[in-house]
Design a protein around this ligand. Structure first.
Ligand code: FAD
Length: 292
């Protein structure tokens, strides 16, 4: 099933993200965790693509298995920054063969090495180039892209960032998933701005449930997101108590999602980080709203 059919069906969607293992050794453990999440029958599941392509061989395997075993639609992430045009062609063909219908087309983070090289020899500079190549391949994929309510860290400013976001949509990106946000007001403001810029595709809001003190650190490194005072207080108070911080993080994420749904946001994606218990609790907390 195409992700846009889910996002446009007039119902609230709640999807989960999983990431493949870094090595073969824990492949089965990770795969089983992703299956536990699939058993919850979320609206769809996304499977990330390792930074620099490191775990890419597992992305498609996990996405395909989830679809086949649990009939949960999947979204396979694909990054381009360290790929050649031929690599991408090959991956598109493989995705077609495996029955993958949805792709999140991303640039990928820049490694030190790529930054030093000036990226002169790279086939891909931006996600928009990947989107164009996927479109040109005539593969019948539903293509999504990433967006940044608090501006992508490399962007000069919001205006530039939204201009480039619009280029991705014009090139064929049919929906956008946001970087994690902890403050819904920032998100509402961003949506107002992108709609004003003529971006009309569905927006899926990314929510990261904080379950350990370390997740906060990691989340900030990845996203540079603003943390509201309410959130900082919660981490300060419960951060050293493993079960209390997990419970507080799940409640905080749930409250954020309820607020989003109440304010007309239809589609929410939870960065569930291969944690079935966290995904389950959040879905249970929303069961009546979701009709599950
Ligand atoms: P782009 O859309 O290319 O944007 C990158 C920067 O370039 C922005 O600052 C943009 O404004 C600017 N830009 C774009 N076009 C132009 C242009 N023509 N001229 C000048 N500047 C331009 N990373 C992974 O490695 N694997 C994953 O699975 C993964 N999943 C993600 C999922 C989501 C929802 C999000 C939000 C991020 C994910 N990332 C993932 C991280 C992502 O790869 C990084 O945030 C990366 O730095 C940017 O990727 P992008 O696709 O948004 O890039």
């Amino acid at each position: 099933m195409k992700i846009t059919d889910i996002l446009n069906n007039g119902k609230y969607s709640l999807s989960f993200e999983v990431f493949p293992p870094k090595t073969d050794t824990n492949f089965e453990v990770v795969k089983n965790a992703t299956f536990e999440i699939a058993k919850l029958l979320p609206s769809y599941m996304s499977v990330t693509y390792g930074a620099g392509g490191g775990t890419s061989k597992f992305t498609l395997d996990i996405a395909k298995s989830i679809q086949e075993k649990y009939a949960v639609p999947t979204l396979a992430h694909l990054t381009c920054v360290s790929s050649t045009k031929d690599d991408v062609k090959e991956k598109i063909e493989l995705m077609k063969k495996l029955g993958i219908e949805n792709v999140l087309a991303l640039r990928g983070d820049l490694t030190e090495e790529l930054i030093k090289s000036g990226r002169d020899n790279c086939d891909y500079k931006y996600a928009v180039d990947l989107i164009k190549d996927i479109k040109d391949s005539k593969a019948d994929f539903c293509i999504g892209g990433a967006c940044y309510p608090e501006v992508h860290p490399e962007s000069k400013n919001r205006v530039e960032d939204i201009k480039h976001l619009k280029e991705k949509v014009d090139a064929g990106c049919e929906f956008l998933t946001t970087q994690m946000v902890f403050d819904n007001d920032l998100l509402y403001n961003f949506i107002y701005k992108i709609r004003e810029a003529g971006i009309e595709v569905p927006i899926v809001v990314g929510i990261m449930p904080i379950t350990t003190k370390n997740t906060v650190k990691r989340a900030l490194e990845l996203s540079h997101s603003f943390l509201p005072k309410k959130f900082i207080t919660l981490v300060d108070k419960f951060g050293d108590d493993e079960s209390a911080i997990k419970q507080a993080g799940i409640i905080y994420a749930t409250e954020q999602i309820v607020d989003l749904y109440a304010n007309g946001i239809q589609n929410v994606h939870v960065y569930s980080m291969n944690k079935p218990d966290v995904a389950r609790k959040i879905q249970e907390n929303l069961s009546d709203i979701l009709g599950k």
